[in-house]
Ligand binder design. Structure first.
Ligand code: ADP
Ligand code: MG
Length: 215
């Protein structure tokens, strides 16, 4: 192995991005019932079904044609989610992946700065679309600390791991909150003491990113 061997994983490739989406789809399938249970408590019980259907469709689309680069992979996932998932999560995750894909357009290899920048664009898209602020008990509560952890990191591997941990903490911190956006907000005080389903799926997105992209 050359002295540059340890540098091989400092950038995110197309194949690694496909691996990430495969792993995320796997988590949405494996945790479908968990996400349904969380959404049954404070919503309409479809979040796990929605995400599993959308990511199954995304894998179909990824398998049907070869994407040139990481951004193209994420755009393909975005389109699959928007076309197959109704409700809040389809458009919100669709926006997230579309903005990320757009930010990475034409880049064959993605370094930490570009990756963190893409997440920032994705987060901005989700907030522009859904108007959720931190503490509203949504996926934004997992996204914000995770994106901040990536932005604060000095290398990709530690950044990805820090982001997954931050997303997990953000997810757990939604439990005591009163929902102010989405269906759960209709429950008012009764939305307390339940973990937000969308923050939970977002945690799985960062968990799988660390597994697939950290080398
Ligand atoms: P629906 O609420 O339409 O049934 P899902 O159950 O698939 O859609 O997704 C619910 C999740 O979507 C919530 O747990 C929350 O994290 C997220 N969500 C809902 N509304 C918003 C919003 N305005 N901004 C950000 N996230 C939201
Ligand atoms: Mg729902």
């Amino acid at each position: 192995m050359s002295t540059l061997g340890s540098q091989h994983h400092v950038a995110i490739t197309r194949d690694a991005t496909v691996d990430w989406m495969n792993r995320f789809a796997g988590e949405m399938s494996e945790h479908r019932a968990e996400l349904v249970a969380l959404d049954t408590a404070i919503g309409d019980g479809d979040h796990g079904t929605n995400m599993n259907r959308g990511m199954t469709k995304a894998l179909e689309k990824l398998g049907a044609a070869e994407q040139a680069d990481p951004g193209a992979v994420l755009k393909t996932v975005a389109m699959a989610l928007v076309s197959s998932v109704g409700g809040a999560a389809g458009p919100l995750y669709g926006t997230l992946f579309l903005q990320m894909g757009g930010a990475l357009a034409g880049q064959g290899e993605v370094d930490l700065d570009a990756y963190a920048g893409a997440w920032r664009k994705g987060l901005e898209g989700v907030q522009a679309r859904g108007k959720a602020e931190p503490g509203d008990k949504t996926m934004v509560d997992a996204l914000i600390p995770a994106v901040q952890a990536l932005e604060a990191a000095s290398d990709l591997q530690t950044g990805l791991r820090a982001a997954a941990q931050a997303a997990e903490e953000g997810m757990k911190a939604t439990t005591p909150l009163i929902a102010r956006k989405g269906r759960a907000s209709y429950l008012g005080e009764r939305s307390k003491d339940h973990q937000d389903p969308g923050a939970t799926s977002t945690y799985y997105l960062f968990k799988t990113a660390a597994e697939a992209l950290a080398g």
